[in-house]
Write a protein that binds this ligand. Structure first.
Ligand code: GLU
Length: 506
């Protein structure tokens, strides 16, 4: 199958970009890339109260972060008002649209009456039947009309959908909806048709909340004499209790920025989003960008809801952390050390790239996000340790002091400070002190790192190096001896960088 596909996304720039938008963008982008087609970006900004250029910027920034580059646009509907006016004039002249002078209050009263009588709350089409004299009178009253589309009163409108199949709508279910507001701004269903026709969009791929709008759009295409694009409506994204993913109802975070700030890699998010409603087979979960372009197809998009599985996202992110380019991950770690306030920008910039890469290597199998990486690896890169109060109580008791001193002195004598050389040396030393690795490993880790989790003890020592290891052993021994590990943070840090939650800082 090869044709000049032209697809688009048409987000409303109102608020922060979310998962649903990224999914629609990705599927359109994949479709375009697969068919050597064009991916267009258009902003539906006619809701002038809620739209903002800031939001449009944030959407573009997110698309760039995800690597979803567009070939054309951005177009803005508010810059195309003249086009909508012309099309509306055409419908008016052809008798397919009419002015409606009903005020908001009148419409509301009609709605209430209809509800009270148990009837439908659709517009009663009263202005369809106005005589020229009626219109003159209403204009003289100072009323400013809207323009309504004459929707067929009977028959059916069939949507041939590439995902949902054939969906039939009863025309009697629709009313003569507004296409132009009294101030000349078009409504969504009208503007989207003119735009998609002008931009020669071949496939309209979007969320299935718009399926019910499609009959309105199809009737407009016909009335304006335009050919129809193909439609593909993507299944709604659901949370695990199968509710629509929405800010209010579910615990799941929907804003894309929060995933970026939360330390997710764009390739992990992209892989995850691709699987929201699409599957290649019932096995494969990991897809590179190139593989997605090769394997994606609308035929394999499911018609029912796509469930958002947070565990899977974490798993995918870990996968990409484990297999990502160490150089790039090292630089991302540098960024997150600052973001997470583990160190200052200056300090982070001073860290050698190789050191960051080594840290990535030590931790990549133990963390799921860049935030976790920065937070758990921070102690290897900064001298300021955050002692976990529980661990201090449990492990850093005065009786370990002699052991720490012995380690500090004797390890200084080792010819090579590598995990391989450290292990037998430390074991021998502990035995000589009447201790064992089993008993001393955890206290030592806490002394060196503040916590018990993380890479192996010898890897930590080797990474810190001879001097820093000895310094930390010595310093913590002193703090235990003088009881300072339990003093408030501010005093120990000289008031500089206290972070809440720790029992002490060295
Ligand atoms: N502004 C609409 C939305 O973001 C566009 C729908 C469409 O693609 O037609 O949902």
């Amino acid at each position: 199958m090869s044709y000049r596909a032209r697809v688009r996304i048409a987000p409303s720039p109102t608020g922060a970009p979310h998962i649903g938008l990224a999914r629609t963008a990705l599927f359109n982008w994949l479709f375009a890339r697969q068919h050597g087609g064009t991916f267009v970006l258009r902003f539906e900004d006619t809701d002038t109260e809620r739209s903002s250029r800031q939001s449009a910027q944030a959407i573009m920034e997110t698309l760039r972060w995800l690597g979803l580059d567009w070939d054309e646009g951005p177009y803005y509907q508010m810059e195309r008002l003249e086009r909508y006016r012309q099309a509306a004039q055409r419908l008016l002249a052809a008798g397919r649209a009419y002015h409606c002078y009903c005020t908001v209050e009148e419409l509301e009263a009609k709605r209430r009456r209809a509800l009270a009588q148990g009837g439908q709350v659709r517009y009663d089409r009263s202005c369809r039947r106005l005589s020229p004299d009626d219109e003159k009178r209403l204009i003289a009253e100072g009323r400013r009309p809207v323009l309504r589309f004459k929707f067929p009163e009977s028959g059916v409108t069939v949507v041939e959908d590439l995902v949902k199949g054939q969906v039939e709508f009863d025309n009697a279910e629709f009313d003569d909806f507004i296409i132009l507001r009294s101030d000349g701004r078009p409504t969504y269903n009208f503007a989207v048709v003119i735009d998609d026709a002008d931009l020669k969009i071949t496939h309209v791929i979007r969320g299935d909340e718009h399926l019910n709008n499609t009959p309105k759009q199809i009737q407009l295409y016909r009335a304006l004499g335009y050919g129809l694009p193909q439609f593909a409506h993507l299944p709604m994204v659901l949370d695990q209790s199968r509710h629509k993913l929405s800010k209010r109802r579910s615990q799941i975070e929907t804003s894309l920025k929060s995933y970026r700030d939360g330390g997710f890699l764009p390739e992990a998010l992209l892989n995850f989003i691709a699987r929201l409603g699409w599957a290649y087979d019932d096995k494969q979960e990991i897809f590179s960008r190139e593989e997605l372009i090769e394997k994606f197809s609308l035929e394999r998009v499911g018609a029912s809801g796509a469930v958002f599985d947070e565990e899977k996202l974490l798993w995918l992110n870990q996968h990409y952390l484990m297999h990502g380019d160490p150089g790039r991950l090292g630089e991302l770690l540098r960024e997150f050390l600052v973001r997470q306030e583990i160190m200052s920008t200056q300090e982070a910039q001073a860290l050698p790239a190789e050191r960051l890469q080594t840290v990535v290597g030590l931790f990549k199998e133990r963390v799921h996000t860049l935030v976790e990486l920065a937070e758990s690896a921070g102690y290897l890169l900064t001298e300021r340790l955050q002692f976990d109060p529980q661990e201090v109580k449990k492990f850093l008791t005065p009786d370990v002091v002699p052991l720490l001193r012995a380690l500090a002195t004797e390890l200084g004598e080792l010819s090579e400070f590598t995990p391989e050389r450290l292990e037998p040396a430390v074991r021998a030393l502990l035995a000589a002190q009447g201790s064992s690795l089993k008993a001393a490993a955890q206290p030592c880790r806490v002394v060196l790192t503040g916590v018990t989790r993380g890479p192996g003890l010898f890897e930590i020592m080797a990474f810190l190096g001879r001097e820093e290891t000895a310094k930390r052993l010595e310093r913590t021994a002193r703090l235990i001896e003088t009881g300072q590990l339990n003093r408030p943070l501010v005093e120990q840090n000289g008031g500089s960088r206290e972070r809440p939650g720790g029992a002490g800082s060295a």
